[in-house]
Design a protein around this ligand. Structure first.
Ligand code: WTA
Length: 713
């Protein structure tokens, strides 16, 4: 064997405090203030018998009353609430400090967020090892059910025992290639079991994973690789979606030819369907035509042969970063959102358990790609830390036909199903028979995330898919929040179509008036902020803490600014109304208008551009691009096509302009700023309501735009 001696850091498992033991060991006696507040809260719980007691959190939230009791407790005594929540995990050292956070950028400390700061744990251990150590029979429990793109392809189930073995081996492959605690590892993978193995292996050795969605262009990969200075990339030879084979390794090759990526010295390549007989012709062609750079590129299946299965989890401080995930901002380049270990895992663990009412044995399926935060929090860390059985689906909802989701639900007897409104809307456009000819009797809970769900889609999901048996969990949250923030809890209270309902434990919402910046008392509608920290919150932007503070904490000092609008109703229910900044949410993907403008401006013939969104019944929003061409350039259909292609090539195939509007002039203020507010009104279209145009240098520009805009016709 050529592998260097592995550094084995043996831990006595006695040192690991199990969740059962830890409450006894760590629960400190209540002080007088705490005793009083707990009693007051308990006495207010009138009609319900609650399972909550003073030493641990309940297994389930059964009613609105019970929620209110715990919610009040979580706000009044976050230290005790989140200490109990942390007891759901296993720690090498249980934290003595729970919450230590500052939101006010004006004070000396500045914005600084720490949870469980002296705690020591490992996320991978909590997602895999501990389940087997607590109960050996879990080694045989299915952890992941792989559902390939083609339903007839041989599928495989991975047990917790097998997962642990493969994660350890892959972690050793990473170590063998020099990856150490704190190193950034870029992951560019399809939605397959190996992706979970890669992420958990990074977590095991304390490396920080940075997943880049497989649909992103080489250009975007390069930008993200260089921003976090990662020297190693994990990818797959190809991915398969909707019957088509898409090159992944080839995109990496392209990215690595760019100057920004010169530091990358290792590419680990998984073989899609390694060892399986079936392979489509186009996939076989792709594999055989791969570029291969010896000394840099390695097949994972070959590397796995060279390592052993012994790999102790690294002891991580709760505030050590677990991962970076890039998300689009309203200005500038993508933001590298940093999540840390203890708070993130505690938060995703508790939200998953409560919100979906997950019970042992339930089969859970989340359709989000691991390239997005939902795939991180609710396909991997939340479910796996709860010892769930999760379906990993490689494909798309419409292949081979529009019954695919419902067939998978029947095939694997899925109990809890979490998807996005855009998928629901695209499926409801077809005859209901594609749903009703399937059984779906296993379903208990249905979830929605990523964008506002319109009442029609909600009703269809509830009535046709769930046959009115299943609550619809319309959960509002963000890459930055780590986990669900405003969400129903399954079976606990009444729902309303398209309403995310109530804040999760520890989450305090506050509305502000956009114009006056003054706080608003509900019932009201305004910009949504959060008043105090919660453990799942992002800690910073990678290498850009100042930008983090600017974007999220400066609009409303002492508050986290979400960038979303919200209406809080009489009954306290929260209705999210959509973005209030220059981020578009199209089919559940966040797209910064600035990124699209930068791509358009790249074209030699373009002088400047302005991109705005408009409401779209299917995709939530559509993308409308105003483009000013350089002098003497002709407006041709060919150029329009080139621009659309340029955006897709530079950002990714999931980003496609719906309209390119050649505009010789754009409405500008005297200081030269493009008035996007007016452009948004034109394309909405809401031209009777353009507002004040008196500050424009040339108000007639607006009339020209209206005349030429196809949406105002
Ligand atoms: C939007 C996805 C309405 C919102 C987890 C947010 C929603 C952005 C909902 C974050 C919902 C997400 N209702 N809007 N239930 N869920 N959003 O970072 O605008 O990909 O700010 O995180 O999606 O998208 P991100």
């Amino acid at each position: 064997l050529t592998s260097p001696p592995l550094q084995i850091n043996r831990t006595s498992h006695h040192e690991i405090h199990t969740s059962a033991a830890s409450s006894a060991i760590w629960a400190s006696p209540l002080n007088n203030y705490q005793r009083k507040s707990v009693n007051t809260i308990r006495s207010r719980s009138l009609s319900t018998e609650t399972t909550w007691n003073e030493s641990s959190l309940p297994e389930k939230i059964k009613s609105l009353d019970e929620y209110k009791v715990l919610y009040d407790f979580s706000i009044k005594d976050p230290n005790r609430f989140w200490k109990m929540a942390a007891e759901r995990l296993d720690w090498y050292r249980f934290p003595t400090k729970i919450k230590n956070t500052e939101f006010d950028y004006r004070c000396e400390r500045g914005v600084d967020i720490k949870w469980y700061e002296d705690g020591i744990l490992n996320a991978c251990y909590n997602c895999v090892d501990r389940h087997i150590e607590h109960d050996h029979s879990t080694a045989q429990q299915v952890a992941l059910i792989f559902e390939p793109d083609t339903p007839t392809e041989s599928r495989h189930h991975v047990t917790y025992g097998e997962l642990l073995r493969d994660v350890k081996k892959f972690a050793n492959v990473l170590k063998k290639h020099g990856v150490k605690k704190g190193d950034r590892v870029t992951v560019y993978m399809p939605m397959v079991v190996e992706t979970c193995i890669a992420l958990l292996a990074c977590a095991r050795i304390g490396a920080i994973h940075s997943v880049v969605f497989g649909g992103f262009s080489a250009n975007n990969v390069a930008e993200r690789v260089s921003d976090c200075d990662s020297k190693i990339i994990i990818t797959s030879d190809f991915g398969v979606r909707g019957g088509k084979c898409s090159p992944l390794k080839a995109k990496i090759d392209q990215a690595l030819k760019m100057k920004q990526c010169s530091a990358v010295n290792t590419v680990l390549v998984f073989q899609r369907n390694h060892g399986m007989p079936e392979m489509k012709d186009d996939c076989a062609d792709l594999r055989s035509s791969l570029e291969w750079k010896d000394g840099r590129d390695f097949w994972v299946h070959e590397e796995m042969e060279k390592v052993n299965e012994i790999c102790e989890p690294e002891r991580m401080n709760a505030e050590d970063p677990l991962f970076i995930l890039y998300t689009s901002g309203s200005t500038g380049k993508p933001k590298g959102i940093v999540h840390t270990t203890g708070g993130y895992l505690t938060y995703t663990n508790l939200t998953f358990k409560y919100v979906f009412d997950y019970n042992p044995g339930d089969v859970y399926m989340c359709t989000a790609d691991v390239g997005w935060i939902t795939g991180h929090s609710y396909a991997i860390y939340g479910p796996m830390s709860n010892r769930a059985t999760t379906v990993i689906f490689e494909g798309v909802p419409t292949y081979p036909d529009v019954s695919r989701y419902w067939n998978i639900i029947d095939k694997h007897q899925v109990n809890i199903f979490y998807t996005a409104p855009t998928a629901i809307r695209s499926l409801m456009a077809h005859d209901d028979k594609y749903v009703t000819h399937t059984s779906r009797q296993s379903l208990k809970v249905l979830g929605s995330v990523g964008e506002p769900i319109n009442p029609e889609a909600w009703e269809w999901y509830h009535t046709v898919v769930g046959e009115k048996r299943c609550p619809i969990i319309d959960s509002w949250w963000q890459t930055e929040t780590g986990g669900m923030m405003i969400t129903p809890i399954a079976h606990a209270w009444e729902l309303e179509p398209g309403v995310a309902t109530l804040p999760f434990f520890g989450v305090q919402t506050k509305l502000f008036d956009k114009a006056t910046k003054k706080p608003l008392n509900p019932p009201n509608s305004g910009e949504l902020c959060i008043s105090d920290s919660w453990p799942g919150q992002a800690r910073t932007l990678y290498g850009a803490h100042e930008r983090f503070v600017d974007v999220y904490f400066k609009q409303y000092p002492n508050y986290y600014f979400t960038g979303d609008g919200c209406e809080i109703k009489e009954n306290g229910y929260h209705h999210i109304t959509g973005r209030v900044d220059d981020v578009l949410v199209i089919s559940g993907h966040n797209i910064g208008t600035a990124e699209v403008e930068a791509a358009l401006d790249h074209h030699d013939h373009v002088s400047e551009s302005a991109v705005v969104g408009y409401p779209d019944p299917k995709k939530n929003q559509g993308m409308y691009c105003f483009v000013t061409l350089k002098d003497d350039v002709e407006e041709t259909e060919e150029l329009r096509k080139q621009l659309i292609k340029l955006v897709r090539d530079m950002i990714g195939a999931h980003v496609t302009p719906d309209f390119i509007h050649f505009a010789p002039n754009l409405p500008k203020t005297r200081s030269g700023k493009i008035m996007r507010r007016i452009l948004r009104k034109i394309v909405e279209p809401d031209i009777s309501n353009l507002g004040d145009t008196s500050t424009l240098t040339d108000p007639s520009v607006v009339d020209d735009l209206i005349k030429k805009c196809p949406r105002t016709k």
